[in-house]
Design a protein around this ligand. Structure first.
Ligand SMILES: [Fe+2]
Length: 290
């Protein structure tokens, strides 16, 4: 079994780097770490970077996860190859761009591009955000799935994720004590479905709601509270239709609870996404929820 230590970064293509850069800094509130090779690298916490916008196809999304060391990365490459997946070894250039010591890339069964890295760099400098959004760090992604049962089995059986809860057939998966770092949403495409940053408190969520409305940013869900993770959330639309989320207060499942924890099944209805009554304008959250 491959042991994903944490989610590390998300890379998103865009045709309009200028607009994406303004959104990342002025709306989301990330820190621009550097511009290199036509890509913009953003920080949200102590890591070297957690979000990248690069000049390219807006459907081109990649998610990076951290493994323990070079040996576990080699073992992961062998396991994925044995399963018939094409595994690409990162070049020296790719390592340098991502500030990692080792990297392999593969595509999951839906077609999501995944990278596994070892020794990714931390920054010695404190995260200095572009605005006071209250961000404490990049935390999870929604990921598209064209076959929930198949992809859940892959993420849990090969990549070591555990199901925390399900809403309909959408599985919320943890790889560490945080309730979910990956959420698989049934749909007909591949790619990242939403990008989450944690904020410090409900005050930050509500401040963002007012600020984003003032800036004319489309709010697509919330403010609300997820009955699954317990997190208070706000979802809004970013460049190229990507959905971004701020949330706070996500529940954790401690290591000593792992053995006895049972995922809960929630029905695919709006109250499973928001216990306050907010209705999503996000296609994957409305599926089968009429
Ligand atoms: Fe989320």
């Amino acid at each position: 079994m491959i042991d994903l230590l944490d989610i590390r970064y998300v890379r998103l293509g865009t045709r309009d780097l200028g607009a994406a850069d303004r959104f990342a800094r002025e709306v989301i509130g990330l820190e621009l770490a550097r511009v290199e090779g036509g890509a913009h690298y953003y920080r949200s916490d102590d890591r070297d970077h957690t979000l990248v916008y690069f000049e390219g196809d807006p459907h081109d999304h990649t998610v990076g996860f951290e493994l323990r060391d070079a040996a576990t990365l080699d073992a992961a490459a062998a396991q994925l190859s044995n399963r018939g997946l094409a595994v690409a070894q990162g070049s020296a250039d790719v390592h340098e761009q991502r500030r990692v010591a080792g990297l392999i890339g593969f595509t999951d069964l839906t077609g999501n591009r995944i990278e596994l890295v070892e020794r990714p760099q931390h920054s010695g400098r404190r995260h200095f955000p572009s605005r006071d959004a209250g961000i404490t760090g990049f935390s999870h992604i929604g990921l598209c799935s064209t076959d929930s049962a198949r992809d859940e089995a892959f993420w849990c059986g090969v990549l070591g994720a555990r199901v925390s809860d399900r809403i309909g057939d959408a599985a919320l998966l943890r790889i560490d004590p945080v309730h979910h770092k990956i959420a698989l949403f049934p749909t007909t495409r591949a790619g990242v479905q939403h990008v989450n940053h944690q904020v410090a408190s409900i005050d930050d969520v509500m401040r963002a709601w007012y600020l984003l409305r003032d800036k004319g940013v489309r709010i697509v869900f919330g403010p609300g509270r997820h009955p699954t993770s317990g997190a208070v959330f706000l979802y809004f639309e970013g460049p190229d239709g990507m959905v971004f989320e701020y949330s706070t207060g996500v529940r954790t499942i401690a290591p000593e609870q792992e053995a006895s924890y049972l995922p809960r099944q929630f029905p695919a209805v709006p109250s499973s996404f928001c216990m306050w009554g907010s209705l999503p304008d996000i296609p994957e959250f409305k599926k089968d929820s009429a």
